[in-house]
Design a protein around this ligand. Structure first.
Ligand SMILES: [Fe+2]
Length: 269
């Protein structure tokens, strides 16, 4: 199977912005802004997303943990009852999502606790705070879902993880020793979990029977979200890119991320 022209266009729109998010993270590792404190800060930010993140169609916008937990509680009496019920495979998927996201939280929290030192309290996810740029991204996703239903959810899922950028850039630290190797190990595990899922989700768009107009509209939502992701990441990593560079990326002054069509088409098969 190969991807439709509509889906390929959507990927072409996204690839420069995926590359922009990668540039934020890739620049950070050797940037003069990087200190022990900024490492702790981005790890807290990332744990906040993995623990409480919302905006990808999670149940009642309750987040990656409480969304599925609440939904599982509500649908428990309706598993496999036939009409009006919930298929067991759907339930298993919810449990897998919950498991995976909580594992991502564990991985980054472990790195945090390994490097934080005696003067910093251990990771407490209930004390984590979100940040302005992440709030803006989340609000935009909630608005897209509220106003546009299924297309909004699809757009939010399409932009989730931004082509696994953080995890891929983190993997590249392998071999540098110390904290960089810890980050690389955490990111490698998350990447291995997520990359196939993500490609599967992208490839799955071709089963939606959307027309060119619907794809084009989704493209608008996706571009808006991916731009907000770059701001969100840049803030998370203490602004390794200046605003001029961010605007240049938005204007297309960047080599697009290479999309793995071969593997995506394998996922479709
Ligand atoms: Fe995650």
């Amino acid at each position: 199977m190969s991807m439709s022209a509509n889906l390929t266009r959507l990927i072409d729109l996204s690839a420069p912005l995926w590359a922009g998010e990668a540039e934020v993270v890739g620049t950070y590792w050797d940037s003069p802004v990087r200190t022990h404190e900024t490492d702790l800060k981005w790890l807290r930010c990332q744990c906040s997303k993995e623990f409480n993140g919302t905006g990808i169609g999670d149940f009642k916008n309750l987040g990656v943990f409480m969304g599925p937990v609440t939904e599982l509680g509500e649908i428990f009496p309706k598993i496999d009852i036939g009409e009006g019920g919930f298929n067991r495979r759907y339930v298993l998927e919810l449990i897998e999502t919950l498991h995976d996201e909580f594992e991502h939280y564990n991985r980054f929290a472990d790195v945090y606790d390994s490097i934080s030192g005696p003067d910093t309290p251990p990771m407490n996810p209930h004390q984590l705070e979100t940040w302005d740029e992440d709030v803006t991204l989340t609000k935009t996703r909630h608005r897209h879902i509220e106003e546009h239903g299924a297309v909004g959810i699809r757009a939010s899922r399409f932009t989730e993880g931004g082509y696994c950028t953080l995890f891929r850039e983190g993997m590249r630290l392998k071999g540098r020793g110390g904290i960089d190797d810890m980050i690389a190990d955490a990111c490698t595990k998350v990447f291995e979990d997520e990359f196939g899922h993500m490609l599967d989700g992208i490839a799955g768009l071709d089963n939606e029977d959307w027309n060119a107009d619907q794809f084009a509209f989704m493209g608008e939502l996706v571009v808006e979200q991916l731009r907000l992701r770059i701001h969100m990441r840049n803030a998370e990593f203490s602004y390794p890119l200046n605003e001029d560079r961010v605007q240049a990326i938005f204007a297309g002054d960047i080599e697009p991320e290479k999309f793995d069509f071969t593997r995506a088409e394998m996922e479709m098969a």
